[in-house]
Design a protein around this ligand. Sequence first.
Ligand SMILES: [Zn+2]
Length: 279
Amino acid sequence: MTGVQFSKYSLMRDFTLQSYRSLILAFQQSGYRFQAFEEMMTAPAEGKSVVMRHDVDELAWNALKMAQLEKSLGVRATYFFRIVKQSNVPEVIKQIVELGHEVGYHYEDLALAEGDEDKAIKSFEEHLAYFRQFYPVKSVCMHGSSTSQYDNRLLWKERRLSDYGLVGEPYLSVDFGKVYYLTDTGYAWDGGKYATRDVVASPFELRFHATAQIVDCIEHGAFPKKALILAHTLWTDNRLQWYWLHLREFLRNNVKLMAKNSPAVARFYKMLVELYWKK
Ligand SMILES: [Zn+2]
């Protein structure tokens, strides 16, 4: 979809809890069922269905707000937590489990172990056991680790998910030829050009920028029947946080684009990221 869409939502600030709510309601009013990722793997819904996947890269308390909103609308979603302190907040994980959502592990062990596979699988097992204290984790999902040379998925080159009691990994277990994939990476639904590894090949022709365009598409019955939607935790009704995050994402998107052509910018960006995530 191109061009400016005028709808009842177009004057709203996007990527707020209010716009997130409008998205969920549009799906529900058009007969979509929400499933957690583990359910999609073990008992996929017939007919129209959506999986709401949240990668909790940071701002864990925002995840809780999204989880509460979903609960109030009768939606079960999936939250993937990282082991880093910005994501791994036990109080938040516990409350999200209590709200009835699925919790999974957002792994980055190969990048953390600088490519050492033995070390990575050992830490993967430890971290999985850690998250299983809160929830019987059956799903894992790689973190993109955009500044690392290591692709975390390579952990599965010679291993099976089932050996770890797992039923699915979105990047390995989903046929994106049949399931439409949407991601809010970089604070836009068409920010794919900023993503490093978080990309999938898709035959679907739809393109969206703003949430209101997705809502319009659903309301017109033109949205695919099956979808997996990745929404990070940057959705907020707090104005100050919203402006700050938009500025940060704007700068980050541009630095990431420049880094693709300039090793010096890439090194600088990697340094900033390492400083930010330092434990
Ligand atoms: Zn991530």
